[in-house]
Design a protein around this ligand. Structure first.
Ligand code: SF4
Ligand code: SF4
Length: 459
């Protein structure tokens, strides 16, 4: 392993240092048993939902495709358990509204081995065939974005990619699933990195790891030594400063290379593609076996959990089952955050299932769980703490005032709301408890809906 020039680039400006609270950093990944029933929402990623290809009463085996798609910005889903399809229709979604789902009742004693899919040799395949194989796994960004991975690894015709940036920062407090994957699944991660390099044409891959995870960097170094030189190009790990939100694409590229991505641009505009370590480690396990994504590693943590840890969770497992297993008793949905405390969102109910994009289930206690709407909000005192914390150089104070006046167009046109990636630093530091990031989410949604309506009218 090469641990090149420590802090080669400038760490990004501003950001915050919340307490890390990584309760589970030293605990080995464990496997959760099957729940009696799994709920697979069709829409659990960016893009169109796939269509169900199973019927009520049909027997399915773990790993079998249960929803397929021809739409490029969509992915198939695979049965997380062996059992019987019990229901196809609306079920409560993560964020509240009911969404089309496939419910499977697990056979008692069903094995956690995947029973579908054949080993495949992808060593000589074309780039298109490799992308098709990635698409067939149903993989999306497991870091939380849930963007279809085959689409992310498809380089536009006019672009050329030279560098794959592998995101191993995991800067959100409490979350440790990426950390444990790097420590325990480093060999699979290297396999996945090599596939992603071939898919994109990248000739080097750099795993960016925050400097509070030296064991992860060591595990990746040892895996690289075991695997030997990669024909695709150079692969190495680099440490970057521990700071929130180091795990965002733009901040990581700034820290590694000292390069800023232009406003409104994507990493591919400067020849880079960024992928999360969990996504690539999962690809490294699934692709050689010709299998689909049926489970993921999730951090179950927080002061309300008796047995916190990183668990391999069958997709579709209801939150209530997970919380019972991890020893979180008498918990209400309002205490449960899906994701980390900075960017996660409160669970709509404990009956909602874990989906592909959920990296953490954080259970808070008492007034820690107090939602923004329950807190007393004071007028802005113009302290500029939010401006000092915003890694994108925005003015959250002004944006917040415009949001309160519903001046959404002005927020987008003059104050660059589109550059806000909802990291939550501004809300975190605001002494007046102004729910800035929540206001920005609402404003962005309203602008998206307005743009969609204008586009439909223009047709
Ligand atoms: S949520 Fe948006 S405005 Fe607030 S600090 Fe993050 S990027 Fe800046
Ligand atoms: S941190 Fe809060 S109180 Fe201070 S300027 Fe920003 S919005 Fe106003």
């Amino acid at each position: 392993m090469k641990l090149l020039s420590y802090f080669r680039g400038e760490a990004f400006q501003r950001g915050v240092h919340p307490p890390s609270c990584k309760l589970t950093a030293d605990t080995k990944i464990r496997r959760l048993p099957f729940p009696p029933q799994v709920i697979v929402p069709l829409s659990q990623h960016i893009g169109k939902p796939p269509r169900p290809v199973v019927k009520v009463g049909q027997e399915v085996v773990r790993g079998q495709p249960i929803a397929r798609t021809d739409d490029w910005l969509s992915v198939p889903h695979h049965a997380p358990v062996t059992g019987v399809v019990e229901f196809v229709g609306l079920r409560p979604g993560m964020r509240g509204p009911w969404i089309d789902s496939i419910v499977i009742r697990a056979h008692p004693g069903a094995t956690q081995e995947d029973l579908w899919g054949q080993p495949q040799d992808l060593s000589d395949t074309t780039r298109d065939a490799l992308l098709q194989a990635i698409w067939d796994t149903g993989m999306v960004g497991l870091g939380g974005a849930a963007f279809p991975t085959h689409a992310k690894l498809t380089v536009p015709k006019q672009a050329k990619v030279h560098t794959l940036v592998v995101n191993g920062c995991e800067c959100e407090p409490y979350l440790t699933c990426d950390h444990r994957v790097m420590v325990e699944q480093a060999d699979a991660l290297i396999v996945g990195i090599r596939y992603a390099m071939r898919a994109t044409g990248a000739v080097r891959a750099i795993v960016g790891i925050e400097d509070n995870k030296p064991d992860a960097a060591a595990a990746i170094g040892a895996a690289l030594q075991r695997s030997g030189p990669a024909p695709e190009g150079d692969i190495h790990a680099e440490l970057v400063p521990t700071k929130y939100p180091q795990g965002s694409e733009k901040m990581l590229i700034m820290a590694l290379f000292g390069v800023e991505i232009p406003a409104g641009g994507l990493p591919v505009s400067i020849g880079m593609v960024v992928n999360n370590v969990g996504t690539l480690a999962a690809l490294g396990q699934l692709l050689p076996r010709g299998r689909g994504l049926t489970e993921r590693v999730v951090t179950i943590t927080g002061p309300g959990v008796a047995r916190p840890g990183d668990y391999i969770v069958p997709l579709g497992t209801p939150l209530r089952f997970i919380l019972d297993y991890a020893g979180a008793k008498d918990v209400e949905a309002r205490q449960v955050i899906l994701g980390g405390p900075m960017m996660g969102q409160a669970a709509a109910s404990l009956n909602v299932p874990v989906t592909k994009g959920i990296s953490g289930v954080l259970v808070l206690r008492g007034d820690e769980a107090m939602r923004h709407e329950d807190r007393k909000i004071y007028p802005c005192i113009k302290c500029a703490e939010c401006v000092e914390s915003c890694p994108m150089g925005l003015n959250p104070s002004t944006l917040g005032m415009l949001a309160a006046k519903r001046e959404y167009d002005l927020m987008g046109e003059r104050y660059h709301l589109g550059e806000c990636f909802e990291c939550g630093c501004c809300s975190y530091v605001c002494p007046a408890n102004i729910p800035l990031v929540q206001q920005f989410r609402v404003a962005k949604q309203i602008l998206r809906e307005k743009a969609a309506a204008e586009k439909a009218t223009a047709k």
